[in-house]
Design a binder for this molecule. Structure first.
Ligand code: GCU
Length: 402
């Protein structure tokens, strides 16, 4: 009898912990659950914890409150069609501010919705506008950081089209938040959050993508207090590494009403387990600063991932999400991006929303935008183009009731 009791006692101790060890893996499959309650109570928290602990890293506990300073404003931007605002986002301890550049439709009564995204090489590259302030952190060199490249990235930021559709565009330069190289996390925002004696983030703490996403949330802080912007209708958008960032910002900050990933690939929308194009091992080797150190556990070991990148998209539910690919962008694995969108869709259905409206990959230039999960593949290379933006505007119009 005594033996039986001690056996039962040991078994009772073991069973729950065995359960924890053999934690259910969601894999690279559709995320299908019994109920919304189960998703919210069990699976969403587990998936969020996985992305926080093992992929992008936890945000620090410490709060750093931004201070906003309007540096410049004009009602005559874009030939009189837009209001331009430039705002310094000051963070205590940062030597230089994050420069926020906003264009919004002129002559509009009431608040306007907005697209928020980071740019690659400095605000002054998004348009030829000579008034755009060049960030102290923008790349320098013969033709960078000077007047020469003004507007060099303007094809990626079709302002006339976006502002013409009634939207504001708010952008910051990634390097104002954290430089995009492996500097041991010495120069960006990470040091502002270190504990006494800490010199770099711990293995489960944020890398550069996490820091960039945090920066996008500070833009949202600003927009919330700008009375001319409808902060309830803000879409966060990004291309490529900044598309990975936009998805993570959308997953972690519910104030973003829509998240848009343009050609985000590995560590963004694409499923890792397919190992097509860039892989976890390759991305961690080339960009060791993007993710948290724990992500290295999955180098050539994708089977061990608790959930694939469809989990990231599902974290955004029930808010609308858009995933886009380009035919020649094989490095980003267009099919893997599509499948992620598809596999996240059942979670949207739990909320009573249509997920992706198609079940197989559409042909180029046949966007699927009826559901809460949008997708298109565009002919051409890795880039964000006017065509891509036109689909995002339609998608946003539909969800913002415009
Ligand atoms: C590289 C990288 C990708 C990334 C891309 C970009 O190609 O391997 O992961 O998305 O740069 O940001 O343009």
């Amino acid at each position: 009898m005594k033996k039986l009791f001690s056996f039962l006692f040991v078994a009772a101790l073991l069973i729950p912990s065995m359960g924890a060890v053999a934690q259910q893996k969601y894999g690279a499959k559709p995320l299908e659950f019994e109920s919304l309650k189960e998703w919210k109570k069990v699976h969403r928290p587990a998936i969020m914890d996985f992305f926080l602990t093992d992929v992008y890293g936890h945000y620090p506990q410490k709060q750093v409150t931004p201070r906003f300073e309007l540096l410049e404003q004009s009602d005559k931007a874009l030939g009189g069609k837009a209001i331009r605002k430039q705002v310094a986002i000051h963070l205590d301890g940062m030597p230089t501010p994050i420069l926020l550049l906003i264009y919004q439709p002129a002559g509009v009564k009431g608040k306007v919705p907005a697209f928020v995204g980071m740019n690659f090489k400095g605000n002054h590259q998004i348009n030829i506008d000579p008034e755009i302030i060049i960030s102290a952190n923008a790349p320098t060199g013969k033709d960078l950081g000077t007047d020469a490249p003004r507007g060099a990235a303007s094809s990626r930021w079709p302002l006339e089209e976006i502002v013409g559709a009634g939207y504001a565009v708010a952008t910051i330069y990634r390097g104002d938040v954290d430089p995009d190289h492996d500097d041991g996390f010495k120069n960006g925002i990470h040091p502002l959050f270190y504990r006494a004696g800490q010199t770099k983030p711990d293995a489960e703490e944020w890398g550069t993508i996490g820091a960039w996403a945090w920066g996008l949330s500070r833009v949202m802080d600003y927009l919330e207090q700008d009375k001319s912007i409808d902060h309830k209708r803000v879409a966060v958008i990004g291309h490529s590494r900044l598309g990975k960032t936009a998805l993570w910002a959308g997953a972690t900050d519910e104030r973003f009403a829509i998240a848009i990933s343009n050609d985000s690939g590995c560590g963004g929308a694409a499923l890792s387990a397919r190992k097509v194009g860039e892989t976890v091992a390759k991305i961690n080797k080339s960009f060791p600063h993007w993710f948290c150190d724990n992500y290295n556990k999955y180098n050539d070991n994708e089977e061990a991932l608790l959930v694939d990148q469809q989990g990231l998209i599902a974290l955004i539910a029930p808010r609308p999400v858009y995933v886009a690919s380009a035919t020649e962008d094989t490095w980003a694995d267009p099919e893997g991006e599509f499948l992620s969108a598809l596999y996240a869709s059942p979670v949207y259905e739990l909320y009573g929303k249509k997920g992706l409206a198609v079940s197989s990959m559409p042909k180029p230039e046949q966007p699927s935008i009826e559901g809460y999960v949008g997708y298109h593949i565009r002919t051409g290379k890795h880039d964000i183009t006017l065509y891509d933006w036109q689909q995002y505007i339609k998608f946003a119009n539909q969800h913002f009731g415009r």
